[in-house]
Design a protein around this ligand. Structure first.
Ligand code: PEP
Ligand code: MG
Length: 550
């Protein structure tokens, strides 16, 4: 029996074969080859496979999000067969008698450099497309199923840690759970696992060995334990836990359709956090009453260039329409810090969590901001969309955001494009400055939503990605709970509502404290909705106290 101990960051037990995430590190080695015909045949196979994949992607896009992204993949498919590009690969192959991976990589670099040097901005941006196409061909040559899972049966996905852009590419229907060497409770793998309602364990370090690939693992996302080749006793206790989990799941189904109200009549809005339109199914299946945080970064992280207004509009509209009149709070772009996007060309920072991120980038790049706001306002005609700005610290930032909104609304009016002029505007309360400024900020917006992940990081000076901080990273710290109360008091004094969309919102042990503070909304992963509803319905708000704040 092999036992590994990590940190459980998403509850639940499951078992399945371990599969290691495959990543193209971008390192291409140059080898001399004898058999050139074999290299050419390998290239032709990789080329055909790439065209087939790209056509399938184009079809999927056309069905899901309209023509614009489909056309992009069709253009990629054409480029794979472009005479000059292919000619350059074959010439290098013959002249240098090298492996085809090296020849393809070199052609990709040359063509990308050529496009990047053009005067026309549109053509310059095509350099990223060429790199993307070349990476696909290289993956196919090397048998790397990047982001994909080359297994018929569902697996437990193992990795060192997953970058936000990597989590987006995963075929989620094939994942039973996650285990990672690094990561933390706030890492994107953990957030994704909670959204999907599947177990995740992080911080396993070197104990998680590639040799375990393919072996059946039994994992418990509550205790952080992983077991390979369990003895009879361990297997039995695993099966008991699995049976209990199933019973609980069935019991929770009875919560569907029930109101989110305490025994003494206090109503709470119980919303969901999502990271892409794909997650809406889980929101509906778990009877979420709205979407309290739609992280819009997925559009930017999954792309190799700035997503267009139309692409964004389609994604927001899909979610707004699917929620059928229920509130959908879409957060504007929050990249920077741990969410890096190459084409933004952000300067490397010593301390990116405190650098140019989120609203700071949007205010510095008005065109990027305007494109997203136009897409958001256009989507507001198709459902109850609300717009939320992240990482606010100052009154002037909110005023500038509102000016940008007003200018977009004026443009749309002029163009005769429908939108909802009453679209609500809210801000995330996730910096200590926003707590101290809460009264002034509340006068400017329709709601607050507390991002406890960042609020904890900035208030306690504890990096949310660091797994070694242990007891120092304490979201139950009275400083955090007092900050929540200060923000809630300010919100209510100014007549607006306040919610929590950070991970703390799903912490059942804090529910009485949230009720005592007067939190109006909790936005949690879809899998947390029904257990939280059950707890709300058993609570008596007026008996809840503020003792945790002491
Ligand atoms: C937060 O900071 O709590 C939050 C919800 O935002 P994110 O985790 O995306 O930074
Ligand atoms: Mg945040």
């Amino acid at each position: 029996m092999i036992l590994l101990q990590g940190k459980g960051v998403s509850r639940g037990v499951t078992s399945g074969p371990l599969y290691f995430f495959q990543r193209n590190t971008g390192e291409i080695v140059r080898n001399t080859v004898e058999d050139l015909e074999n290299e050419k045949a390998r290239f032709e196979r990789a080329q055909a496979q790439s065209v087939k994949q790209l056509k399938a992607l184009a079809e999927k896009c056309r069905a899901e999000s309209g023509d614009e992204s489909a056309v992009l993949f069709e253009a990629h498919a054409m480029f794979v067969e472009d005479e000059d590009y292919v000619g350059s690969i074959l010439t290098t192959l013959e002249e240098e008698r090298c492996n085809v991976e090296y020849a393809a990589w070199q052609a990709g670099e040359q063509f990308a450099a050529m496009f990047a040097a053009m005067d026309d901005e549109y053509m310059q941006a095509r350099a990223a497309d060429i790199k993307d196409v070349t990476r696909r061909i290289l993956n196919n040559l090397m048998g790397i199923v990047e982001g994909g899972i080359d297994s018929e049966e569902p697996v437990i996905l193992a990795a060192d840690d997953l970058a936000p852009s990597e989590t987006l590419q995963l075929d989620k229907s094939k994942i039973l759970g996650f285990i990672t060497q690094g990561g933390s409770g706030n890492s994107h793998t953990a957030i994704l696992a909670r959204t999907m309602g599947i177990p995740a364990i992080c911080g396993l370090g070197d104990a998680l060995k590639q040799d375990y690939e393919g072996r059946t693992a039994y994992i418990d996302g509550e205790t952080g334990k992983i077991c390979l080749e369990p003895d009879e006793l361990t297997l039995q206790s695993f099966r008991d836990k699995l049976a209990k989990q199933e019973q609980m799941r069935e019991l929770m189904q009875t919560m569907k359709g029930q109101e989110d109200v305490t025994l003494d009549g206090r109503h709470i809005k119980l919303y969901c956090n999502i990271g892409s339109p794909e997650d809406v199914g889980a929101v509906l299946a778990n009877d979420g009453q709205g979407i309290g945080l739609f992280r819009s970064e997925f559009l930017y992280l999954a792309a190799s260039d700035y997503p267009t207004e139309e692409e964004q509009f389609q994604a927001y509209k899909t979610v707004a329409a699917a929620m059928n009149g229920k509130r959908v709070i879409i957060r504007t772009l929050d990249i920077g810090a741990d969410k890096q996007v190459d084409y933004f060309n952000l300067t490397k920072e010593e301390n990116p969590a405190m650098g140019l991120r989120a609203i700071r980038i949007c205010l510095n790049r008005p065109e990027v901001f305007r494109t997203q706001l136009r897409a958001l306002y256009r989507a507001s005609a198709y459902g109850k969309v609300a717009i939320m700005f992240p990482m606010i610290t100052s009154v002037w930032e909110v005023k500038e955001c509102k000016r940008a909104c007003n200018s977009v609304m004026a443009e749309l009016t002029k163009e005769g494009i429908p939108f909802n002029p009453e679209t609500e505007i809210g801000i995330m309360i996730e910096t200590p400055a926003s707590i101290f400024m809460a009264h002034d900020l509340a006068k400017l917006v329709d709601f607050f939503s507390v991002g406890t992940n960042d609020l904890t990081q900035y208030t306690l000076a504890c990096d949310r990605q660091c797994n070694d901080l242990g007891k120092f990273f304490d979201p139950h710290h009275p400083a955090i709970l007092r900050a929540l109360k200060m923000a809630a008091d300010a919100a209510h004094a100014e007549g607006i509502w306040i919610g929590i969309c950070g991970e703390l919102g799903a912490d059942l042990s804090l529910l009485p404290t949230f009720l005592a503070i007067g939190i109006d909304e909790l936005s949690v992963s879809p899998a947390s909705v029904l257990p939280l509803r059950a707890a709300i319905r058993k609570s008596i708000a007026q008996n809840c106290t503020l003792e945790m704040l002491e």
